[in-house]
Design a protein around this ligand. Structure first.
Ligand code: ZN
Length: 693
């Protein structure tokens, strides 16, 4: 058998002699990496992703439900069988309200109860399930109101301004808003409705946005059938994610708690989701002026603004329970640096079956863990510790990951190299990556080492699908907002993060039709992209765990910050807020110089086999993201500590949040103070790197 092994070893040597080693690797270590990557890639199988995916999507598994606990046990058992170590189910009691009542009856001009259910589809037996629970918007206030309906388009501030200019008073009315593409977070629509004084908010899925206006609907295509509705949280987690009772510390049994209803993340308005089928009953009978052309949707009617004559009786009631949620954590302890962690995470719980969101990601995570476990059972051990996480209750308020991040804050702040998040792994074939700028070059390089199911490398497929111009790199989104489990790592702990997905047309998000059949038939038949994600994820984690020098590029980061400062300068000029940004520019320039000199230092150390030099650079690089945090946090939301990135209430990214929000508030003194603390952070970032030279 030795003879047959010789050939791949030789081939590997030839390849490594002609190509530069991967970022952060010396030639020696790169030679050891190549066969490990081959074994990981070969160990990952699409059909195993499919089998695991069927288990994960077999039944609805809301957070706090017995089924979701059962799935946690299943994952823990599997991980132990794979060979992961210290597999634990970590319990967090958290405020997690469930719906008790949701009724909507049109009382005028005709009386008609709305169904508020999603009809079964013969091709998908799972769509007939009776135990899917009441559809709801988590953290909605309770309401029992009868009021006229007014159509508010997307329910964004500019929409209410249009209504006001038409002389339409929305106060005390029921606002009917559509979920719209491009996506704006439903919690922002709720906050806006609350600020405008509406009595309650109904959010519906218009066929123009994610239904037959886009193309073929499920079961023949990826778009949402007329009866689909989108559940989801309306929590204001852009103010504070995690259990509202424990802002900034972990909810563990016996922990100190504050009243949930006082938390800045709790909406004061009632909201509920609806299908186009039900919403159409109201839209058909709305009077008032016709809605603007851009507000016309995909139903075969003229959309009118109201208010009335449609009047709706709406009852929304939730319990106020504290329920236990369970993160599953498994590890492969590092042989050389066990306190340095590379973390791979995905959430487990879903609104119903969650076949794409998040079970596709869970299936890829399981296969990634299994492939690593197989290596470990053969005697291999990563240089640093690999941590696998199955988060609970992400959909509520990023709850599980936030509580665990707060629980492990000290260890993560000192030892976490990177957090690699996958929420949905595959709703189609188009690869998309977001990360802090320091990880972007690394993410592109990893794509060169992973095959794409369409043939060639993932890197080439990525460029092709993004229509990247010749000579240009495929785009990594480096402006991070929020909306998935990376938030605690970036914004609270200062850990470099990446968020990965394969995307496609997907109109069944958070509905009952986000089912096994949708994925198996439409989203990823054959599960090739689930496997591609597992290979990509595994390759990235392996390289981070094995590199001589962690491949974080702070020159790229500093240049991004310089470009943000240009934007801030333009914003300040436009809003006539006089603020001196030159100290920030100088600090970012100094950071950039320090980063490029460290990059040279790392290159020489790797080329010359200078292990001590490489270790010094590595140790310095690991501290840099942390320096970009200020423990006092942002004005009005102290949990958010990162000074370069924060989410807006829409979940859209906000860069240099402290400075920008001060300028937007027209507060010159505050803007100057924000520039000062940005300068301090950038100075610390530069100093961290200068120390390694
Ligand atoms: Zn998700």
């Amino acid at each position: 058998m030795k003879r047959t092994l010789l050939i791949p070893v030789l081939l590997g040597m030839v390849a490594s002699a002609s190509e530069p080693p991967p970022l952060g690797f010396s030639r020696d270590r790169a030679a050891a990496l190549a066969p490990l990557e081959t074994r990981l890639h070969e160990g990952i199988r699409p059909e195993r992703c499919r089998r695991e995916h069927r288990i994960l999507t077999e039944e609805p598994h809301l957070a706090g439900s017995p089924r979701n606990l059962e799935l946690a046990r299943h994952i823990a058992d599997e991980w132990r069988a794979y060979g992961l170590e210290d597999v634990a189910m970590v319990e967090h009691p958290v405020y997690l309200p469930w719906p008790v009542r949701y009724e909507a009856t049109l009382v005028e001009p005709v009386r008609q109860a709305l169904s508020l259910t999603e009809p079964g589809i013969p091709q998908d037996k799972d769509s007939y399930a009776q135990d899917v629970g009441i559809p709801y918007c988590a953290y909605s206030a309770d309401v029992d109101v009868t009021a006229q309906v007014v159509y508010v388009n997307s329910g964004n501030p500019e929409d209410y301004d249009v209504l006001a200019s038409e002389g339409i008073d929305v106060r005390g009315k029921i606002a009917l808003a559509r979920y719209s593409m491009p996506y704006s977070y439903r919690g922002f629509k709720a906050l806006t409705a609350q600020q405008r004084g509406v009595a309650a908010l109904v959010l519906y899925s218009d066929p123009a946005d994610d239904g037959n206006g886009q193309g073929e609907v499920f079961p023949w295509g990826p778009w949402g059938p007329e009866g689909h509705l989108q559940r989801g949280s309306i929590v204001y987690d852009f103010n504070l994610p995690g259990d509202p009772r424990t802002p900034g510390w972990a909810s563990v049994p016996g922990a100190r708690v504050v009243p949930a209803h006082d938390a800045p993340s709790m909406p004061k308005i009632a909201a509920a989701p609806m299908s186009a089928k039900d919403a159409g009953r109201m839209l058909e009978v709305l009077g008032g002026p016709p809605a603007p052309r851009a507000w016309q949707g995909g139903l075969p009617i003229t959309y009118r603004l109201g208010p009335g004559p449609a009047r709706l009786h709406l009852v929304i009631e939730n319990d106020r329970e504290v329920r236990s949620i369970w993160n599953v954590i498994g590890k492969l302890h590092g042989r050389d640096a066990p306190s340095e962690w590379v973390i791979l995470g995905n959430h487990r719980y879903a609104w119903v079956y969650g076949a794409v969101d998040p079970a596709s990601g869970s299936a890829s995570l399981m296969e990634t863990a299994r492939a690593f476990g197989e290596l470990a059972r053969g005697g291999w051990r990563p240089r640093r510790t690999l941590v696998f996480a199955s988060w609970d209750a992400e959909e509520f308020t990023l709850t599980g990951s936030t509580e665990w991040g707060e629980l492990e804050a000290d260890r993560l702040r000192s030892g976490a190299l990177a957090y690699l998040n996958v929420d949905s792994s595959a709703s189609g074939p188009a690869f998309s990556a977001s990360s802090v700028p320091a990880l972007a070059p690394f993410l592109r390089e990893v794509a060169r080492a992973v095959p794409d199911p369409s043939g060639g490398s993932l890197y080439d497929a990525w460029r092709r699908r993004q229509e990247t111009k010749p000579g240009e790199e495929p785009p990594v989104t480096t402006r991070l907002g929020s909306g998935s489990d990376y938030t605690v790592f970036l914004n609270f702990l200062g850990v470099p993060v990446a968020d990965l997905t394969f995307e496609g047309s997907y109109g069944v998000y958070h509905s009952i039709y986000d089912s096994f059949t949708w994925v198996d038939r439409v989203g990823d038949p054959g599960y090739f992209y689930h496997a591609a994600m597992a290979r990509y994820w595994a390759t990235a984690a392996l390289r981070l765990a094995e590199a001589d020098v962690v491949p974080l590029d702070y020159g790229a980061y500093a240049r991004e910050v310089l470009s943000y400062l240009d934007e801030v300068r333009d914003l300040a000029a436009k809003t006539k807020v006089d603020v001196d940004l030159s100290p920030a520019r100088e600090a970012a320039d100094r950071w950039e110089r320090a980063a490029s000199s460290v990059a040279g230092r790392a290159r020489r150390a790797l080329e010359n086999g200078d292990a001590a030099g490489a270790a010094r650079v590595h140790a310095a690089l690991m501290t840099v993201e942390r320096t970009l945090l200020d423990d006092r946090g942002l004005v009005g939301r102290p949990w958010y500590k990162h000074l370069i990135y924060a989410p807006r209430p829409t979940y859209k990214p906000l860069v240099l949040p402290g400075v920008v929000e001060a300028i937007e508030a027209g507060d010159r003194a505050r803007a100057a103070a924000e520039v000062a603390r940005l300068v301090r952070a950038l100075g610390l970032a530069a100093a961290a790197l200068e120390g390694a030279n």
